[in-house]
Design a protein. Structure first.
Length: 327
């Protein structure tokens, strides 16, 4: 059997066709009959079992050259595309990622794939092992990077292991920090390929943060609301507005053109989980996204369910026959 899978095409909700049942393209390599070509037809009933499709998918295809695709985690027709960004705003990096680069400065939640124009990277998170004056990103090698449908992981030079997965409207982060290190997570609402207009970041307690980001780019007015939960309570927070320290220390609702905050965690928090819900309408909608799609911090369950969703979509097309007949 020859299997063809189209991954990047449906990551943003566009397919060439969609059928309620798998489509089989059957080829018969009969050289004595020139009229015997491969045809597509609907089987009478879907096969109860099939060879897994996800292992055939390589999300890094298209991330080099002028492909403009991202390797991060998403589900079919999902709102969320959580993926790394290198900070380079040249044309080849408009998806946030280019295979020629080995630097990452954030893991954002909205990315465009194959468009040739940049936008997004909203609600950027980045883990580090210390809280310096500036978090300028980290480096990695492609041998320490892996991606599959609904999952992305990379080990940074700082030895932080980052894993990402997603549901339709939420993202799940799992950061494993090295031993004997104090960890910090940088939340930056000002960063993106577009131009930020307005941001709000509100710290509710030691584990929940909400807010929104309004920007203009390819979309003239693009608004994203979010709700974020940490699995470990933070031990300190350093809020900033436009790169300068937030002066109203008693007010943890930061409203300015570019809000950001660094959250410090105890050394005992070696594995930090972060769940992020998004909404285009309101913070309340983002909270509902968390409640309905990521009610806990079970990263492995979310990853497995994302893979199952991809298997369902990828199983819509099945090719059978000799390679010569199919080509």
């Amino acid at each position: 059997m020859v299997l063809v899978v189209l991954y990047g095409v449906i990551s943003l909700g566009t397919v060439f066709f969609r059928s309620p049942r798998p489509v089989k393209i059957v080829g018969n390599n009969n050289n004595n009959n020139n009229n015997d070509h491969s045809i597509a037809r609907l089987p009478s009933a879907p096969s109860p079992t099939h060879e897994p499709r996800c292992p055939y998918v390589n999300p890094f295809i298209g991330t080099g050259g002028h492909g403009h695709t991202f390797p991060g985690a998403t589900v079919p027709f999902g709102m969320v595309q959580v993926s790394p960004s290198s900070g380079n705003k040249q044309w080849d990096w408009c998806s946030g990622y280019h295979y020629s680069d080995t630097k990452v400065i954030s893991f954002g939640h909205l990315h465009l794939s194959g468009t040739g124009i940049g936008d997004g990277f909203d609600v950027s998170l980045f883990p580090a092992v210390r809280d310096g004056e500036a978090l300028q990103g980290d480096f990695y090698t492609h041998t320490d990077e892996v991606a599959s449908p609904g999952y992305y992981a990379v080990r940074l030079k700082s030895d932080i292991f980052v894993e990402l997965t997603a549901t339709n409207r939420t993202a799940m982060h799992r950061y494993t920090f090295p031993a004997n290190s104090a960890s910090v997570v940088h939340l930056h609402l000002g960063y993106g390929f577009d131009n930020v207009m307005d941001t709000v970041l509100e710290v509710h307690n030691s584990t929940r943060v909400t807010g929104y980001r309004r920007s203009g780019g390819w979309a003239r007015s693009h608004e994203v609301h979010f709700a974020l939960d940490f699995s470990c309570p933070y031990t300190g927070v350093n809020p900033k507005c436009g790169g300068a320290p937030w002066q109203q220390q008693g007010n943890m609702r930061i409203s300015c053109g570019s809000a950001e905050a660094r959250f410090m965690f105890a050394e005992s928090c070696k594995v930090l989980m972060i769940r992020v819900g998004l909404s285009s309408a309101s913070v309340e909608g983002a909270i509902k996204s968390l409640q309905h799609e990521a009610p806990d911090f079970d990263f492995d369950r979310v990853r497995a369910e994302a893979a199952q969703e991809w298997e369902k979509e990828l199983s819509m097309v099945e090719l059978e026959g000799d390679k010569e007949a199919l080509w």
